[in-house]
Design a binder for this molecule. Structure first.
Ligand SMILES: [Zn+2]
Length: 470
């Protein structure tokens, strides 16, 4: 008897009681199948570049066909396909979109104890590129779709599954293409994607995070113009000197602190579960007393720079170029600032502020290029999905939920810009694993098997909570 038959029998037996308490999957069988799909997709080499995400689609398509779930692939480049499957609901509510991206970042194979596309199981972990970014979300969403179909769960809304190409730096074949050319196929009221997670410290779950907002990259360039000349005769207009002073002033500057619903709630909830000394810092930074706030801000900048960045539009000078030989004074020097704007920041006004800080007519201040990501609205904390996520985190992880604004960008930006409320989720990982080099994009990557399974369950409970007919 194969796995599918067992599930079908189990589902037939329990279908009648679904309306009351919901049919439950046979979790031990689900775990076997989860691990099987997870390992298969991890073994598909979809490192980007070049991507080759069609490998994942080639695996998914027959799987969905066999289950009788309507599905279709969409591609601007045949090697880089996206894949959309839909379970129909009764139309009472607008759809729910669940997303996993199928590409992964590149690898330096020499740094891996187990080959990066081997999906080796060892000591309770699965090792491989993509284990936590993002073939975990991909697998959990896949399993949720299969279970909804097999258990024949009646739905108040369509549930749409998207396996998305190009998230790691080539959104043109992925989310941008889907939003531009096939938005009707993924249009939804809510979406769930990567970007959150559950934090364990010393093996114990501390809190869950749900990404409800993200900062917007808005690079700025400083270009100093001067007079060129012979290096033996120093000039007051030396472009490198002007640029260096401008960059120095920018480096000293910390733009004003501003909270939104997400970050305010985040720091309040984090304070509530942190040791007293650091809890005081999180409370102080929310203070309306400028002195109290500034001291907390200083501490965060030095000790928890990610939290410092969450407080404001951040500016980091990351490229500095000028000059080409030692005896020539160059006429131009250029610095590139990585600016991560708070979503409500007015770009033109911010550029003016940068000009005032630079305060040098010899230094031109301009936006670096077109913004790669549009600004969108914060997902609401009083919404149905956030409440469902919180409730599931309490049930499954016995943990409080912190809404987060990520400092980096994700593909949810494009969907939020279209009005979708998006929530970033993820499995539990050990906080100690990042510094050990096992995090997303690290030299190695791994996920605890038990946490993969717990995440599938979390995904299933949240999706059924949001979509099941009531
Ligand atoms: Zn990712």
């Amino acid at each position: 008897m194969n796995f599918r038959t067992i599930v079908l029998i189990a589902s037939v037996a329990s279908v009648g009681t679904f309306a009351q308490n919901g049919a439950q999957p046979d979790w031990s069988k689900v775990e076997q199948e989860t691990m099987q799909h997870y390992q298969v997709v991890l073994r598909l080499d979809t490192r980007n570049p070049p991507g080759n995400e069609h490998l994942v689609v080639d695996y998914l398509k027959p799987l969905f066909d066999k289950e009788g779930i309507p599905a279709q692939s969409f591609a601007s480049d045949p090697n880089r396909s996206n894949f959309v499957a839909r379970l129909k609901g009764n139309g009472k509510k607008r759809p729910l979109l669940i997303i996993g991206h199928s590409d992964v970042v590149t690898v330096d194979a020499a740094k891996w104890k187990f080959p990066p596309f081997s999906a080796t199981r060892d000591g309770g972990y699965v090792y491989g590129r993509g284990t936590i970014d993002d073939k975990d979300n991909l697998t959990a969403s896949l399993m949720t779709m299969l279970l909804l179909k097999r258990l024949n769960v009646p739905l108040d809304r369509d549930v749409i599954f998207l396996s998305e190409a190009g998230e790691e730096g080539s959104t043109g074949v992925g989310i941008d293409y889907m939003v531009r050319e096939h938005f009707a196929d993924i249009d939804a009221e809510y979406c769930l994607a990567e970007g959150g997670g559950v934090t364990r410290i010393n093996g114990e779950v501390k809190y869950a995070t749900v990404q409800t907002l993200e900062k917007i990259p808005r690079g700025i360039e400083l270009v100093a113009h001067g007079i060129s000349g012979h290096g033996s005769i120093p000039l007051k207009s030396n472009a490198i000197v002007h640029l260096a002073s401008a960059v120095g002033r920018i480096g000293e500057w910390r733009p004003e602190i501003r909270f939104n619903e997400t970050t305010g709630t985040y720091f309040r909830r984090l304070a509530a579960i942190s040791p007293p000394e650091v809890a005081k810092v999180y409370r102080d930074v929310l203070s309306t007393d400028p002195k109290v706030r500034a001291a907390a801000d200083d501490w965060l900048f030095e000790n928890e720079p990610r939290h410092s960045s969450m407080l404001r539009t951040s500016v980091s000078p990351n490229i500095f170029t000028g000059g080409y030989r030692s005896n020539v004074i160059p006429s131009e020097a250029k610095a590139t600032l990585d600016v991560r704007a708070l979503p409500d920041e007015d770009p033109a006004k911010f550029l003016e502020q940068v000009r005032r800080i630079v305060n040098d007519p010899a230094v031109e201040v301009r936006f670096a290029s077109q913004n790669a990501r549009p600004a969108g609205k914060e997902a609401r904390l009083d919404s149905e999905p956030f409440k469902a996520l919180e409730a599931a985190a309490t049930r499954i992880y016995n943990a409080p939920t912190l809404p987060t604004m990520s400092t980096g960008a994700t593909d949810m930006a494009q969907l939020r810009a279209k009005g979708m409320q998006c929530f970033g989720i993820g499995p539990a990982t050990d906080m100690e694993d990042g510094p050990k080099g096992f995090g997303a994009h690290s030299d190695q990557e791994r996920l605890l098997e038990s946490e993969l399974h717990r995440f599938v369950r979390f995904n299933w409970e949240v999706v059924t909570d949001l979509a099941r007919a009531k």
